[in-house]
Design a protein around this ligand. Structure first.
Ligand SMILES: Cc1cc2nc3c(=O)[nH]c(=O)nc-3n(C[C@H](O)[C@H](O)[C@H](O)COP(=O)(O)O)c2cc1C
Length: 184
């Protein structure tokens, strides 16, 4: 113990700060578009720069390497079970669009498709792959974004072990963002 704290395994720290939301990432595959589940993602800058870990264990990895493009689709909690299912099989073996009954919509700026059932879709191109070999970390630039008007299902976060939390109560503290007024 250290004061009120007990030790926590350092190889589990992502569970304390995993940002989420849990997203789906599509890329233009060979037979069908690949789609994978992704919990390790984050904004990098306020100008549409994002980052996501997509590892070589995913079929999506080689498709992303080859095309340099993807779509980050944000599911609502109504798609939670579908999202877990998509993250537990490979596009190399399964047409996940058929298997999970999700619909592809052509994107405007990239070859990867939007997912029709999601709340929002962010079309991206690879901005920087210099961290991919060491960390599987892709820096992505959003080139177009689509949100579904009226979509109000909560996004959800992966707690790192197959458990999830939904985004909950809404708190409006914009009047306290005095240093960052331009963000509000
Ligand atoms: C909840 C959840 C979160 C995941 N997060 C990631 C992630 O951040 N990065 C990653 O490379 N794989 C992640 N995965 C694993 C991929 O989704 C999984 O390997 C998937 O089968 C890859 O699909 P693909 O082979 O069709 O590309 C996650 C899986 C689940 C279920």
């Amino acid at each position: 113990m250290r004061g009120p704290f007990q030790p926590y395994p350092v190889d589990q720290v992502h569970r304390l700060i995993e940002p989420g939301p849990t997203v789906l990432i599509t890329t233009a595959g060979d037979e069908w578009p690949t789609v994978m589940t992704n919990g390790f993602n984050m904004p990098v800058r306020h100008d549409g720069l994002l980052a996501a870990v997509v590892g070589p264990w995913d079929a999506s990895f080689s498709a992303l390497r080859r095309t340099g493009e993807c779509v980050i689709a944000i599911p609502g909690a109504d798609l939670m079970e579908t999202t877990v299912g998509i993250g537990n099989c490979s596009s190399a073996e399964v047409d996940k669009w058929e298997e999970f009954d999700i619909g592809a919509i052509p994107a405007a700026t990239v070859g990867a498709p939007l997912i029709g059932q999601c709340q929002a879709n962010i079309e991206c191109v690879v901005e920087d792959d210099s961290l991919v070999d060491d960390y599987a970390l892709w820096v992505l630039r959003a080139t177009a974004t689509w949100v579904r008007p009226g979509a109000d299902a909560p996004e959800f976060h992966h707690r790192g072990n197959g458990t999830f939390t939904e985004n909950g109560a809404f708190h409006d503290l914009r009047d306290r963002m005095t240093k960052w007024r331009y963000l509000t």
